[in-house]
Design a protein around this ligand. Structure first.
Ligand SMILES: NC(=O)C1=CN([C@@H]2O[C@H](COP(=O)(O)OP(=O)(O)OC[C@H]3O[C@@H](n4cnc5c(N)ncnc54)[C@H](OP(=O)(O)O)[C@@H]3O)[C@@H](O)[C@H]2O)C=CC1
Ligand SMILES: O=C1O[C@H](COP(=O)(O)O)[C@@H](O)[C@H](O)[C@H]1O
Length: 597
């Protein structure tokens, strides 16, 4: 399978140190074993910790479409080297009840539902191509686009080919590879609510699967109101008869607790939770993945990770463009649902969780959900909302949000929001977690800022003047662009006097690593193919996230709270500063020293 490919282990991706990549921490492979009566899938996992490396965790699932987990066994391993993927011996396999089905006999069919759309073109097909280029897709795979638009295979290939790119360091044979990849892409036109149309798709899939054990992945890249129709039809007419069937669901997962619960109920009529992969692409971003590594593998950080040393945490998202072209969708959701309730809250949960028992998906998600459930309900007084207005700069006029033809003139939908959140547990009691997200701001950036407390009885306080907070350490994890992790420290300016300076200890990815960072969708697609759920949202996480935001959203909407207008391309509403000041916080992204390369 993918991970046994010599090229795919993405560890090579982040040379110079292979052990730095996640695959070296959590390697897994999937094989299947058969007994006369039942067929099982066995997932082998090897984790980086000394404790778990001695074990081969075997998940056994019945090969029904609904994949009920039947047993989880821990098989002791012998001779497992550092970072290597453990092997189940044939004797162990036999003891588990079957024989190995080789890769030659299995296939993965990926159906992109909504293939004619923006996300499919922009992200999904390019990510699949990148995986193909890296030899991360199984030997036998087929990709089908599915949508209502009429298109031939050749037209789909032509459409897709326009958005495929090779990494800068992977130009070799790029056009050959693209050609080979496109030959594996096909298209089927059909309605989203037609079992017959999905049965036609099934027929085509079977032709390509050619009698092999078939695993099927459906990526729902469509508006959410048709998710259930598709799942119903795909599950009735196009799910795998002998392998796994998984469904990646794109956000938004509802608009509030009720609609989200209804969506989950709808999906679960046709799928088990294990088959549902709710995607939050921020979890697939390299620096978000690195958050846990940074914290749990460095002694210098973990002991400081609490109210005792951390003054506040800031989660900042900004885009330097508006909702251009997506106003119709956006006006129904707004920035709080679009960015805060999912992307920023997921990062917060990862940041604040307790040490998980292991790197296993359920252990991590258990810890995240505890954080979310410990959060204080959000009050409207702790939130500032804004909306961008037209602005002319350098002779160019930038539109207001309401200038979008698909947005009503009197829309009060926020395109900016700032919020103060609190986690009422022993670790984080009283620490403000400030979130800020906005469109049409002066810059495009996503970052996590951790502001530490001042040094008690600071010997050097005279050198800093009265504002001790200016001299505190700040750790910045810049998720994008130009990924970096830097720590602001105080140091002496060289020379005979005693003058202090602020400097950055800087891990700047572009300088440290020559390889390009994979897109979040690559990581997540690969995980879904491998059945790795760690970076996907479990339904109880989703419920907890909505429970936190739903009362606030209802109040904002019922009271029609008017957003503070801010000019397109500005730093957002001033209200965000008052909100921060209420909790004695200064936004870290506003100073001139926010980043030194
Ligand atoms: N685009 C992005 O950057 C992001 C998108 N998402 C989510 O991903 C999903 C797909 O996004 P995106 O590609 O932008 O969506 P699109 O609006 O482009 O829709 C995708 C496809 O779905 C079909 N479709 C669109 N509207 C309807 C409708 N009302 N009824 C039936 N079919 C319809 C169309 O295909 P056809 O007419 O051929 O059937 C269209 O090509 C959405 O859930 C979105 O919220 C999430 C994050 C980012
Ligand atoms: O989910 C979404 O994310 C994008 C931003 O993603 P990024 O990876 O480009 O940072 C945002 O533009 C969009 O509104 C939102 O739906």
């Amino acid at each position: 399978m993918a991970l046994s490919s010599p090229k795919c282990p993405s560890s090579s991706h982040f040379a110079p140190a292979p052990s730095r990549h996640r695959r070296s921490m959590a390697s897994s492979s999937i094989s299947s074993i058969q007994s006369p009566a039942r067929r099982y899938f066995v997932k082998r996992s090897a984790f980086g910790s000394a404790r778990s490396r001695q074990w081969n965790v075997v998940y056994m699932r019945e090969a029904s479409t609904k994949e009920p987990v039947t047993t989880k066994k821990e098989v002791p391993l012998k001779n497992v080297g550092n970072g290597s993927v453990p092997k189940i011996s044939s004797e162990e396999l036999k003891n588990l009840g079957g024989i190995n089905v080789s890769e030659k006999e299995t296939t993965v069919s990926i159906t992109v539902v909504g293939a004619s759309g923006d996300l499919a073109k922009k992200k999904i097909f390019p990510a699949l191509f990148a995986l193909y280029y890296e030899d991360c897709l199984p030997e036998h795979f087929t990709i089908f686009g599915y949508a209502r638009s009429k298109m031939t295979d050749a037209e789909l290939r032509s459409m897709v080919s326009k958005t495929l790119t090779c990494r800068i360091d992977k130009r070799e044979n790029c056009s050959d590879k693209m050609e080979q990849f496109l030959k594996r892409c096909f298209y089927h036109s059909g309605q989203y609510d037609s079992e017959d149309n999905f049965a036609e798709l099934d027929k085509k899939l079977k032709e390509h699967e050619a009698g092999r054990l078939s695993n099927r992945l459906f990526y729902l890249s469509i508006p959410p109101n048709i998710f259930i129709d598709v799942v119903k039809c795909a599950s009735a007419s196009a799910s795998s008869a002998n392998g796994w069937t998984r469904v990646i669901v794109e956000k938004p997962f509802g608009r509030d607790s009720e609609s989200s619960a209804a969506l989950t109920r709808g999906l679960k009529q046709y799928l088990n939770e294990d088959q549902i992969f709710r995607i939050d692409h921020y979890l697939g971003k390299e620096l978000v993945e690195n958050l846990s590594v940074l914290r749990f593998s460095n002694l210098v950080f973990e002991p400081l990770w609490s109210r005792q040393y951390i003054r506040n945490v800031q989660l900042i998202f900004s885009e330097d463009f508006g909702t251009e072209g997506r106003g119709g969708y956006f006006d129904h959701y707004g920035i709080i649902r679009d960015i805060m309730q999912n992307h920023l809250l997921q990062i917060l949960a990862l940041f604040a969780m307790e040490t998980p028992v292991s790197l296993d998906a359920e252990d991590i998600r258990n810890e995240k959900v505890k954080v979310l459930r410990s959060m204080r309900p959000l009050l409207v007084e702790d939130v500032v909302v804004g909306q961008y207005k037209s602005h002319t700069k350098g002779g160019v006029t930038y539109p207001a949000y309401i200038d979008d033809k698909t947005v009503p003139n009197d829309s009060v939908t926020p395109t900016f929001a700032a919020a103060a959140l609190f986690i009422d547990n022993a670790r984080w009691d009283g620490v403000p977690f400030l979130m800020k997200a906005g469109k049409a701001l002066h810059t495009k950036r996503a970052e996590i800022r951790v502001q530490f407390r001042h040094v008690p009885g600071n010997l050097y306080k005279k050198s800093f003047g009265t504002d001790l907070d200016r001299a505190t350490n700040e750790l910045v994890i810049r998720v994008q662009p130009d990924e970096a992790i830097y720590l602001k420290i105080n140091n002496k300016i060289p020379g005979l006097g005693m003058r202090l300076d602020r400097s950055n200890l800087n891990l700047h990815y572009a300088a440290r690593y020559s390889k390009e960072i994979p897109d979040a969708y690559e990581r997540l697609l690969l995980d879904a193919i491998e059945g790795e759920r760690r970076l996907f949202i479990r339904s109880d996480e989703l419920d907890a996230a909505w429970a936190l935001f739903t009362p606030l959203l209802k109040e904002l909407e019922e009271k029609k709270i008017a957003p503070e207008l801010y000019p397109y391309g500005s730093r957002g509403p001033v209200g965000a500063h008052y909100l921060a000041a209420k909790y004695n916080v200064r936004w870290g992204d506003l100073g001139s020293d926010h980043y030194q390369a």
